[in-house]
Design a protein around this ligand. Sequence first.
Ligand SMILES: Cc1cc2nc3c(=O)[nH]c(=O)nc-3n(C[C@H](O)[C@H](O)[C@H](O)COP(=O)(O)OP(=O)(O)OC[C@H]3O[C@@H](n4cnc5c(N)ncnc54)[C@H](O)[C@@H]3O)c2cc1C
Length: 250
Amino acid sequence: MAGRALLVTTSSGVQWHLGRVISRRFENPSAVRLELDVPTWPGNDAGAHVDVRLTAPDGYQASRSYSLASSGESTRVVLMVQELPTGEVSPFLVRHLAEGEDVEVQGPLGRFFVWSRSDTDRSPIQLIAGGSGVVPLFAIASAREREADSSDCRLLYSVRSPRDEMFADELVGLTRTTVDIVHTRQSAPGFQEGGRLTRNTIAERTFAASRSPRVFVCGPSPFVEAVTGWLVDLGHDAARIRTERFGGSS
Ligand SMILES: Cc1cc2nc3c(=O)[nH]c(=O)nc-3n(C[C@H](O)[C@H](O)[C@H](O)COP(=O)(O)OP(=O)(O)OC[C@H]3O[C@@H](n4cnc5c(N)ncnc54)[C@H](O)[C@@H]3O)c2cc1C
């Protein structure tokens, strides 16, 4: 693709930007952390996402949404992509997109599923992630850390096994978020034996409805549907629950 300074405004008013991969590294055996330099990036709130568009030599295009692990005013944009082996786009991003290559991103997108430092609500924040759904929730936890936000915050992170975790080192370093990891398939020394989340897990390991937390739930669609159902059943106000569905059949 020619030229570096692509910046196209679409009919929706959200812009396409041209980014360059400045770093890529495997986060775990099936997920890659991509750092892009996007000179025209306007910055983004924590929790927002982009659409990534790939163009084949014959002009065929495919685009998918990816949450931003980064936030703030930097032009450095960080994505974390989990490979779906049968998928069209994620295997290319995980296995083939190389440092120095360009990629188009549209955004920032998603005004509802975000945390902003200008938010005056000081009620507790409950983050609940399934698998790669941890990406925007990590961004929220990191932004709160950076901004020294004083709200109580908990992250419940459901992931298959320790080797599948994302942001493992960074999560350990968080001082303003209590991180609780549940392993659904296997355990390791020092980690609690998990199992899939249930209504009881939600009842026992998240803020009670009586504290009126703001709740962010993100992950595969069936995970989000199940968790939000239990939250409402446990008395949470549906209007306080924000969701982001990554796809997959319900
Ligand atoms: C707002 C938003 C943010 C997202 N952020 C991220 C992110 O940060 N990291 C990330 O890795 N992915 C994220 N996704 C998912 C991403 O957009 C793609 O759906 C995913 O990478 C699969 O694309 P693909 O082209 O490889 O698979 P496709 O060719 O689109 O799909 C292949 C098969 O997998 C199924 N499938 C699609 N998505 C999922 C899923 N999430 N779980 C289970 N089965 C699925 C499809 O139904 C299909 O059968 C996000 C999705 C949304 C809507």
